[in-house]
Unconditional design. Structure first.
Length: 401
């Protein structure tokens, strides 16, 4: 099938793939901030696999790390120690509050592991009645049952109910509403994204996160930050919560962690991690040697190439450019974000605009119905920012009917 003509490829996909996606383009190659489709057409990529390819597509160091490891050992299972896990955990714990890490394969897996650990922590410490989780409206935490139940967006629940019990939601950035839920006394943990991604690229306020930290401490609830999309340099800091001066008890990571290769983690302190003894949680493929080679290569690049600082500088430049060129257009309601995680909220649905950008060779995405999401590789340059802005301006100035 890889050699089939594009039309034949899409016809074959329709026959053999469960139809949970509706792609219109087949991408076959990438380099830096650009990708090419099966017909050879080039695109400027400001989606980066949905905030995954932070160091750009096919960064030579990540490619070489995977190639080298693939020739040595790809899988053993966690019955045996994987040296790359130790190295990756040491790198992560140097960058943040965490002292210990567990590696998995996807963001949803990391969320599920964090939930299990939070409940076990409460049970182990004599608070077995603390079993509930509080999450935000318009949040997104994944597609597995626990993660999608925590996801505070009803469209992701449709047809899959009933959702799991013991999960409640409150408005994002509403400290009083969260406080009222937490003070009911049955909460194992609160989970929020420091910057909501699928919810429309909405940063938390410092007051909101600080209030959550204080209320969780008073109630004995744990605070989980979901940094699957906003972590690892995306917002201009290594982790988004570092903008706000608030430290969580548990943090989930994925997307960018493998530089394009599937790998995730949940990380925490030793005090919390010690409740997870052998047999309490496991994964067959999580933390495999190949994934760890990719993760270590990306984490090395994050530090050595100062990707977080680069995202801060380029993000500020892009934000100023977008606000100057697009801010006065009738369709544009607001431009917001942190670093290179930017949302352009429109006065109409954003999907037609995103589709028109695709036709012009520019990749971005629609989120929260009316928002254009820009999450380019962190290595994007000012010329590419100008190119992206020009395409967006042309499309938004003469939107498709």
């Amino acid at each position: 099938m890889p050699t089939a003509a594009p039309a034949d490829l899409f016809a074959a996909a329709k026959e053999v793939l469960i139809p949970t996606y509706a792609p219109t383009v087949a991408l076959v190659r990438g380099e830096g901030a650009r990708v090419w489709d099966a017909e050879g057409r080039e695109y400027l990529d400001f989606l980066a696999g949905i905030a995954v390819c932070n160091s750009g597509h096919c960064h030579p160091r990540i490619v070489e790390a995977i190639r080298r490891q693939a020739g040595q050992l790809m899988h053993t299972s966690n019955v045996f120690l994987v040296p790359g896990q130790v190295e990756a955990a040491e790198r992560l714990t140097r960058l943040c509050f965490a002292q210990q890490c567990f590696f998995a394969n996807s963001g949803a897996e990391a969320i599920e592991g964090a939930f299990k650990m939070a409940r076990r922590y409460q049970w182990k410490n004599g608070h077995g009645g603390r079993t509930a989780f509080i999450a935000a409206h318009n949040s997104f935490h994944g597609r597995t049952f626990g993660a999608v139940t925590a996801t505070g967006t009803p469209k992701y629940h449709e047809g899959f109910g009933p959702m799991l019990p013991q999960v409640r939601h409150a408005p994002f950035n509403d400290t009083a509403a969260f406080q009222a839920e937490i003070e009911k006394g049955d909460v194992a943990a609160v989970i929020v994204e420091p910057v909501q991604g699928e919810g429309g690229v909405r940063p938390a306020t410092p007051e909101f996160l600080q209030g959550l930290r204080s209320t969780c401490d008073q109630a004995g609830a744990l605070l989980i930050f979901d940094e699957v999309q906003c972590g690892l340099g995306r917002t201009g800091r290594d982790f988004a919560h570092q903008h706000f001066g608030v430290t969580p008890d548990i943090m989930t990571l994925a997307k960018a962690l493998g530089g394009g290769f599937p790998v995730s983690a949940f990380v925490t302190t030793k005090t919390i991690a010690e409740v997870m003894t052998p047999g309490t949680h496991a994964t067959t493929f999580g933390g495999n040697p190949l994934a760890m080679a990719a993760a270590n290569a990306y984490l090395a690049l994050l530090e050595e190439e100062q990707l977080s600082a680069r995202a801060a500088r380029t993000g500020e430049h892009l934000m100023n450019l977008l606000r100057r060129e697009l801010g006065g257009l009738p369709l544009v309601k607001e431009i917001r974000g942190l670093g290179l995680m930017i949302g352009i909220e429109l006065t109409q649905p954003s999907k037609p605009i995103v589709a028109a950008c695709l036709e012009r060779g520019f990749l971005c995405s629609s989120t929260a119905d009316t928002v254009i999401r820009l999450v380019p590789p962190l290595i994007v340059d000012e010329g590419q920012c100008a190119e992206a802005t020009a395409i967006l301006k042309a499309v938004l100035s003469a939107p498709p009917a």
